[in-house]
Design a protein around this ligand. Structure first.
Ligand SMILES: Cc1cc2nc3c(=O)[nH]c(=O)nc-3n(C[C@H](O)[C@H](O)[C@H](O)COP(=O)(O)OP(=O)(O)OC[C@H]3O[C@@H](n4cnc5c(N)ncnc54)[C@H](O)[C@@H]3O)c2cc1C
Length: 446
């Protein structure tokens, strides 16, 4: 596998771009807006398919991104598909999850499946996004850092033919391509500019995280999740969970995410975090004096909350398409997988003449995304509405489930979407059948 971390020159330098030297107009076959996991993965797969792709990113790498930094086996699978060297230093492996609820504390190892690896990873997004962007550049993508996209360029028919941007802090630039991929994250500015509003019936979760220096917990083999957190100063369970993810570098990423409660509304996440951490053993070091940086929070668009995922030359991937799993709040692997599917659709479309045949290939993208996650997310959205947004994970992590290894394994695989298809064991059978019974959502078109 290629070592993507050995070259320490910035990806901007490698692509020959320096601040202030940006040409006012640039053309490509595909423009990708945003170099998070969705955008870099899309750009990598496009470049690998021989497509001329420009990747526009408003920040400069390396940069922070507010995240839990935890990767389940599905996300690891995407990294392996990209040829990222996950054996190089800096990647922290996890054997599974540790769930804490009340007096119960259980360990659930990642399952051994044919489709996915049996380990997870953690890596700070500061490094992770940089590695992915470099990988896309090494594959042939042209990364333009410090370029903030301001809006779409459209033709008379309202079809996207490029984007406008502000480069180098002030200079206006235009980037033109017949296909544009919006990977600009939860703000989804490009989608909004094309009239793609989010579904107001879908709840948006919020999450807050902070790094702590903790020699005691930094090398933990498990991703730890706490299901019994409460609203600050009250007995009501928080409709979410807390996490302690080992970073392997002397630090842990600690945070909590929650849906708005159906009755009590949004929780004060910072206060809830402080209240929770005060409960943790002093030896873990999760106290103010060991904090590495401030508490930072951001929104999590869940369960396909924006449609259609393709319209008039614009493809939505990752958070811009609301692709975070409503089951567990995980979005990195989903963003990468969607990036790969978008790249496949765009590469196929470009091999076809402009017109209806090309359009059909692009319209296949939402169909494929719906085939992969439509039913599973629909069920997850229902679970979020009916269960998680009222009582968090308490009802599912009850005494009975916590005492049954089989039920725990089943629940863990449901939450992290880990099954083989076709089914290979009883849990696969149960979960695959359950999801198949859910009516498929309609693919939105516009
Ligand atoms: C507190 C928190 C904890 C989380 N924990 C986890 C976790 O542990 N595991 C997990 O799998 N998921 C987690 N998530 C979700 C995960 O962070 C997202 O789902 C994921 O980052 C989505 O990737 P993306 O590429 O779609 O968007 P982003 O990662 O947001 O990337 C978007 C990129 O677009 C750029 N951009 C934005 N606007 C413009 C513009 N106008 N012009 C140019 N560039 C632009 C941004 O700078 C950014 O680089 C968490 C989220 C939060 C908020």
């Amino acid at each position: 596998m290629r070592d993507s971390t050995s070259d320490r020159s910035s990806p901007d330098e490698r692509s020959g771009y320096a601040s202030g030297e940006q040409a006012p107009e640039e053309e490509a076959e595909v423009i990708v807006v945003g170099a998070g996991p969705a955008g870099s993965s899309a750009a990598f797969h496009l470049a690998g398919a021989g497509v001329d792709v420009v990747l526009l990113e408003k920040s400069r790498f390396p940069r922070e991104k507010v995240c839990g930094d935890g990767l389940t086996p599905r996300a690891v699978h995407q990294l392996i598909r990209m040829g990222i060297d996950i054996d190089s230093p800096g990647w922290m492996r996890s054997r599974g999850m540790r769930w804490v609820a009340g007096d119960h504390r259980v360990h659930i190892d990642w399952p051994s499946l044919g489709r996915y690896p049996d380990f997870g990873l953690s890596r700070s997004r500061h490094d992770f996004d940089d590695i992915l962007a470099r990988h896309a550049v090494a594959a042939g993508a042209r990364l333009r850092g410090g370029v903030k996209v301001t809006g779409p360029v459209t033709d008379r028919a309202g079809r996207v033919t490029g984007v406008t941007a502000v480069a180098g802090g002030q200079e206006r630039a235009v980037y033109r391509a017949p296909i544009v991929i919006a990977a600009d994250g939860a703000s989804a500015r490009l989608a909004l500019a094309m009239g793609l509003e989010r579904d107001k019936n879908r709840q948006i979760a919020t999450a807050a995280r902070r790094y702590y220096r903790s020699a005691e917990r930094s090398q933990d083999e498990y991703l730890e999740l706490w299901a019994d957190l409460r609203f600050p100063g009250s007995d009501h369970y928080l409709p979410g969970y807390g996490w302690i993810f080992p970073m392997g570098d002397g630090r842990v990423n600690v945070g909590l995410g929650a849906l708005p409660h159906r009755r009590y509304g949004k929780a004060d996440l910072r206060a809830a975090l402080a209240q929770w951490l005060a409960r943790t053993p002093h030896a873990w070091g999760l106290r103010e004096e060991n904090a590495d940086g401030p508490v930072r929070s951001a929104a999590l668009p869940l369960g396909f909350n924006r449609h259609p995922l393709y319209t008039r030359g614009l493809i939505l991937v990752g958070d811009s398409g609301g692709m975070i799993s409503p089951w567990n709040g995980e979005g990195i692997g989903q963003a990468m997988e969607a990036g790969e599917v978008a790249a496949e659709s765009a590469a196929l479309a470009l091999a076809l003449p402009q017109g209806p045949r090309r359009e059909r290939a692009l319209l296949h993208y939402p169909v494929e995304m719906n085939r992969r996650w439509g039913r599973y997310y629909r069920l997850g959205n229902a679970a979020a509405d009916v269960v998680f947004s009222r009582s968090g994970f308490q009802p599912v992590l009850n005494r009975y489930v916590m005492g049954s290894p089989f039920l725990l394994r089943t629940l863990a695989r449901l939450l992290a979407d880990l099954t083989d298809k076709p089914s290979r064991d009883a849990i696969d059978h149960m979960l695959n059948t359950l999801v198949r019974l859910v009516p498929a959502p309609r693919v939105g078109r516009r």
